[in-house]
Design a protein around this ligand. Structure first.
Ligand SMILES: Cc1cc2nc3c(=O)[nH]c(=O)nc-3n(C[C@H](O)[C@H](O)[C@H](O)COP(=O)(O)OP(=O)(O)OC[C@H]3O[C@@H](n4cnc5c(N)ncnc54)[C@H](O)[C@@H]3O)c2cc1C
Length: 286
């Protein structure tokens, strides 16, 4: 067993956690459940001398179902365990896509330790495609106040590790007559080797079968999860027909450019992603 030669700090509120991070800066990192960090340290990645554990910051573990004006949403504190998210009755009822995604992350013992915040800050976590499809927002502390922005935007603009993520926000989405959602993770689950490709989507159709909202997201391996916005634009206002599916397939190949690794080529990943989306859309034909 490897013993960490690091000092572990246990702040009790967000401000204290932030000021420790500012004080030690590159000599430190936040630790949530520690499950991802553990895999990195076991691979020989050096750990910083100051570890700032967030386990005693109670406000990061709260879950609130709120209404503000016309907006209704669920706020999930970043330190909420993956297992808690997966089993929470409100999430199961209203955002079951997240519950489905988390069920496919690691094994129960890891889900009992790992947090939703750790999965998101990691940047490649398997919960992210589902959160993107659900149009999730994130909240983070910037040293003065808590800011909120779309997860999609945050993933593309944030500076690595320069954040204290406080939560994930799930907005209630507009209900069409028929809402279909899916989450598919292709890859090995036994060991943590990262998925080959992960695809998630939420599609709404009106009574006439016309798509009136759609969000599609892909990720997998070392590929930063992303929305398929060109494909979404193509689908809006359309009924599913064979010609449309052909265009959707080509558009996905155009806008998703995953990298290759020693196991799978980028082309294999994008063909797989395109095939999954087409298979899911085909079910809605007619
Ligand atoms: C056996 C095994 C299997 C796994 N399988 C999967 C899998 O299938 N899919 C998957 O996605 N992951 C998997 N993981 C990785 C990991 O368990 C999850 O991604 C988990 O959600 C990480 O959460 P954590 O709380 O443990 O993060 P930590 O390890 O504590 O932290 C992860 C990163 O986020 C930062 N961080 C954490 N919380 C915050 C915060 N609030 N603000 C700012 N920075 C923060 C940390 O500094 C660190 O850089 C696996 C891990 C193991 C050991």
């Amino acid at each position: 067993m490897r013993v960490l030669a690091a000092k572990v700090w246990t702040p009790t509120d967000i401000e204290e956690a932030w000021s420790l991070r500012k004080k030690f800066h590159l000599e430190s990192c936040f630790v949530a459940g520690g499950t991802l960090l553990q895999t990195q340290w076991e691979k020989g990645v050096s750990y910083p001398p100051q570890l700032i554990s967030l386990e005693k910051v109670e406000e990061l573990e709260r879950m609130n179902y709120k209404t503000e004006g016309a907006k209704r949403f669920l706020q999930i504190g970043s330190m909420t365990k993956l297992a808690t998210c997966r089993n929470h009755p409100v999430i199961k009822e209203k955002w079951s896509l997240l519950s489905t995604a988390i069920q496919q992350i690691a094994a129960p013992a890891i889900r009992n330790l790992g947090t939703i915040g750790g999965n998101v800050v990691y940047g490649f976590g398997d919960a992210i495609p589902a959160l993107l499809a659900l149009d999730a927002e994130v909240s983070y502390f910037d040293g003065k106040t808590i800011k909120i922005e779309k997860l999609d935007h945050w993933l593309n603009t944030r500076q690595n590790n320069e954040v204290l993520l406080t939560g994930v926000i799930l907005p209630e989405y507009r209900h069409s007559s028929f809402v279909t959602q899916f989450y598919k993770k292709v890859g090995r689950r036994e060991a943590f080797s990262g998925s080959v490709v992960t695809v998630s989507g939420v599609i709404g159709q009106n009574d006439a079968g016309i798509i009136d909202f759609v969000r599609l997201a892909v990720g997998g391996g070392d590929n930063r999860p992303q929305r398929l916005k060109e494909t979404e634009q193509l689908l809006i206002g359309q009924m599913i027909k064979p010609l449309l599916l052909k265009n959707v397939y080509d558009t996905i190949l155009n806008e998703f450019h995953p990298i290759s690794d020693v196991f799978y080529s980028g082309d294999y990943r994008r063909w797989t992603a395109a095939n999954i989306v087409i298979s899911e859309l085909s079910r809605l034909e007619g």
